[in-house]
Design a binder for this molecule. Structure first.
Ligand code: PBG
Length: 325
């Protein structure tokens, strides 16, 4: 197999030939679009650190969900910003909480759009940690009880799928059995299975007002240095009942996405997180790259690595670009 009989460039000579042999194709059906819905505002408020993203009050969130559905995006992932927070995040359990209302209203306006809810405490606790704090430490087992109740309240509101993002031990199993006991045996769990303690979440914490007020998340999110541990976390979540497993962030963790895809027989989701999004937006603002090419290159790489599903703030733009061809 050597030159001159073999010339790789033969298959690169025209757009049609390149299309014919392309191994990876992005589709609008690959995407989940995250939305920030806030109880604190009456008009959309731009997220300063995420150009193009907004905190939305309920009414505008419904309009946005309609727009997303019309673009052909199959699902949204909802994050709630409550008017009030407390020590234990109990406001996250209210039947009339911001997420519960948002789910119900989106499902009644756009029933075919899949509504996925983020299950966590950091947006609801005054201290901003993803768990309940007792004696200056995260109380894992008290936290997973509340998360299980939260998941059930989302399902009651009509959520199509729940996505726990806290990284406490045992939460997938707890949530599965709570959903089952409450009659929601058919609501799947997409677990943030390998979620790293990453510097790429900065803009999200600004958007969701969820930065920890003290300390960091190193005792629950994964060490960026580890890959074997990611496979163990994923295996454990599948064992506990996760239907879809997620790797997060995406771009700096393509190796983890690849290994997850090779090793497990469940759909793999990758979260193209806020910091990855904002890096692209800032590079484009500075004329360092073409937005469409840079974004599609990153997302194609995430899919090529093995992601079946991509959660991305770029989803509406991608939908438009793919429709343009
Ligand atoms: C936490 C949560 C985070 C994100 C989604 N869910 C951030 C964190 O751990 O602080 C980050 C998403 C992003 O950066 O886009 N419940």
């Amino acid at each position: 197999m050597s030159f001159p009989e073999h010339r790789s460039r033969r298959l690169r000579g025209s757009a049609a030939m390149r299309r014919l042999i392309a191994e990876t194709h992005l589709a609008v059906s690959d995407f989940i679009y995250p939305m920030f819905i806030s109880e604190r505002i009456t008009k959309p408020v731009p997220v300063e650190s995420m150009p193009g993203m907004y905190n939305l009050p309920l009414d505008n969130a419904i309009d946005e969900a309609v727009r997303v559905y019309e673009l052909g995006i199959p699902a949204v992932l909802l994050f709630g910003i409550p008017a009030e927070k407390d020590a234990d995040g109990s406001v996250s359990l209210r039947a009339d909480g911001i997420i519960q209302q948002a789910v119900a209203r989106i499902k009644s306006n756009v029933p075919e759009l899949l509504v996925v809810t983020d299950v966590c405490l950091c947006e609801y606790t005054e201290h901003g940690h993803c768990g309940i704090i007792r004696e200056n430490d995260i109380d894992n087992d008290a936290t997973i009880d509340v998360l299980a109740q939260q998941a059930v309240s989302h399902a009651k509101a009509g959520a199509d799928m729940v996505a726990p993002s806290d990284m406490m031990d045992g939460r997938v199993g707890k949530i599965r059995s709570a959903l089952d006991s409450a009659g929601f045996t058919s609501v799947p769990i997409m677990s943030y299975a390998a979620k790293y303690c990453s510097a790429f979440y900065g803009p999200f914490r600004d958007a969701a007002g969820s930065a920890p007020k003290f300390g960091d998340r190193q005792t629950y999110q994964m060490d960026i240095a580890n890959s074997r541990e990611a496979l163990k976390e994923i295996a454990q979540d599948i064992e506990e009942g996760a239907d879809i497993v997620m790797v997060k962030p995406a771009l700096a963790y393509l190796d983890i996405i690849h290994q997850a895809k090779q090793k497990f027989d469940v759909p793999v989701a990758a979260y193209n997180v806020s910091g990855e999004y904002t890096m692209v937006k800032l590079a484009v603002e500075k004329n360092i790259a073409d937005e469409r090419r840079l974004t599609l290159e990153i997302l194609t790489a995430i899919k090529r690595a093995g992601a079946d599903i991509i959660i991305s703030y770029h989803a509406p733009d991608v939908a438009k670009w793919l429709a343009e061809g």
